[in-house]
Write a protein that binds this ligand. Structure first.
Ligand code: GUN
Length: 300
């Protein structure tokens, strides 16, 4: 294997350490405890795991965690009322509504009901616009984590060719904006892209965020390129025993690692950074809400 492994777990632990230091300072110097409210509607098992993990890590860095679990049949109006209460609650600096929401609830309406200054997901239309125009905003956690890993590995990204595979509002589009902000030449590829392997082969940086297990193979990768694998896909693993599964990314790890200069593993790459960035965004939101200087290194 040629590639350096970008250790997202270790970088996330560093970032959480920085967050914890700032939380301690906010408490000591300003008598402030940053608070994160997480709202889960329904019983989606993957979402339940994420929400539990977010709550646990929030407490571990010394912040306040407020969990709101609502039934799958919750009416849109009830969810909007909860968000209105959280928007005005001074103990809450960040609000995250776990997606996906049940089909009868309008996701856009709910996201845009969150006070943009508490929108630690960076999904509110105002934050999307601010990011797109290069202004100070709340930055979506997964792309922010990817950017931090890329900066850590490369230093400057200026002039590099970056290909983002996937055009979602959560990852692909904001990732492209962030890379552009760091002066990369950015291509957004997607399911209709012609000659995807040929496009990816041009890239110094590949960010794969398509949700298709092991779609990107080593023969797509330019030798020495950096591969950031956002995918978290659970696949059958009969070799581990009957009914067993394992997690894989959107990139076939072994073949990509044989060619790339650096690569993030799955698990242990982008995933831990996403949650660490959520905590960082909550501290950033708390500082901004109180007119306190923002610590360096917590946002883009
Ligand atoms: N569901 C999957 N990823 C995310 C995320 O980044 N934020 C929220 N709110 N829900 C998600």
């Amino acid at each position: 294997m040629a590639a350096e492994i970008i250790d997202g777990k270790a970088l996330a632990a560093d970032l959480r350490g920085k967050v914890a230091d700032h939380v301690a300072r906010l408490k000591a110097e300003h008598d402030l405890v940053p608070g994160l409210a997480v709202v889960l509607v329904g019983e989606d098992p993957a979402s339940q795991v994420y929400v539990r993990s977010k709550g646990k890590m929030t407490l571990e860095v010394g912040m306040a965690s407020f969990e709101h679990r609502l039934g799958a049949d919750t009416e849109e109006g009830e969810l909007l009322s909860l968000i209105a209460r959280l928007n005005t609650d001074p103990k809450v600096h960040g609000i995250l509504v776990q997606l996906p929401l049940p089909d009868h609830i309008n996701e856009e309406l709910v996201i845009n009901a969150i006070d943009p200054s508490k929108d630690v997901d960076g999904f509110h239309i105002l934050n999307v616009g601010l990011l797109g125009t290069g202004q100070k905003s709340m930055v979506p956690c997964t792309p922010l984590g990817c950017l931090m890993m890329l900066r850590q590995y490369h230093g400057s990204l200026s002039g590099l060719d970056a290909v983002v595979i996937g055009r979602s509002n959560i990852v692909g589009k904001p990732m492209a904006q962030l890379l552009l902000g760091d002066s990369c030449t950015v291509t957004i590829a997607h399911s209709r892209t012609r000659d995807l392997p040929g496009i990816v082969r041009r890239a110094d940086i590949v960010v794969a965020a398509v949700g298709r297990p092991e779609m990107v193979t080593g023969d797509w990768i330019k030798p020495g390129a950096t591969v950031i694998d956002v995918g978290i896909n659970r696949v059958d693993a009969p070799e581990r025993g009957e009914g067993k599964t394992r997690l894989v990314g959107d990139c076939e790890f072994d073949s990509c690692a044989a060619v790339a200069g650096a690569i993030t593993p799955v698990p242990g790459g982008v995933g831990p950074m996403t949650i660490a960035c959520l905590l960082a965004n909550t501290v950033t939101a708390c500082c901004r809400a109180h007119g306190i200087d923002e610590p360096d290194g917590l946002t883009a």
